[in-house]
Design a protein. Structure first.
Length: 212
């Protein structure tokens, strides 16, 4: 039996690619490419990979990288809009950048900032940079984030996108063992329709969704 898509829950999936370590399946309904559950890392092994990250607000290169999302999103916000950085990682930086621009921020990360009370509030915008490719249940998680936004609120995502099977086979992005879900433009189009959100691709790897 083919595995169920973790984004749209369809069983209409096909085998897409195999490398030395894992299999990758593609959903015919939403276009998501994903690793089957049995081939994901356990939490301890996943945390060990993240612990090696050395991202910091003091790194100008990392700030430039994050600005690809921060700048187009900031241009769409009102002064003082309040945000949540979801999946902030061991060195929260995007939240610092938005606070410097006058936006109060909360952070959440299941390993490094696991205070779940921040997930029970409403925000004017939510960011998740280099996060969605790590989610085991992206459909459920992204629906939860959308529910934390008022009408007109923004969800800003940053992740590299699947283009075609040939490029996927040689893609460095699949070499990270914590990357288990790979979105295409069609995946985000399905998601936007499902969540009642308008969709923009303002820059490479950047996705903005606004709640209607």
């Amino acid at each position: 039996m083919m595995p169920t898509c973790p984004l749209c829950a369809s069983r209409d999936t096909l085998h897409y690619h195999r490398d030395a370590r894992r299999d990758y399946h593609r959903c015919r309904r939403c276009g998501l490419v994903f690793v089957p559950a049995a081939q994901r890392l356990d939490p301890a092994a996943e945390r060990a990979v993240y612990d090696r990250h050395e991202n910091s607000p003091d790194d100008p290169g990392y700030r430039r990288f994050l600005s690809r999302l921060a700048e187009p999103l900031r241009a769409r916000l009102a002064p003082g809009d309040r945000g949540l950085d979801f999946g902030a990682g061991p060195g929260p930086t995007l939240s610092v950048m938005f606070e410097e621009a006058g936006h109060p921020m909360a952070i959440y990360d299941p390993f490094y900032a696991p205070d779940a009370s921040v997930l029970e509030q409403l925000y004017d915008f939510i960011t998740a940079t280099e996060v969605v490719e790590h989610l085991f249940e992206p459909g459920r998680e992204l629906a939860r984030l959308a529910a934390m936004l008022p009408p007109g609120g923004w969800l800003g995502l940053m992740t590299k996108r699947v283009t075609d099977r040939e490029a996927f086979a040689g893609w460095h992005y699949i070499l990270d063992p914590t990357h288990v879900c790979f979105f295409s433009e069609s995946s985000f189009a399905w998601l936007a329709g499902q969540l009642g959100m308008d969709l923009e691709f303002p820059a490479a790897d950047v996705v903005l969704l606004q709640k209607r």
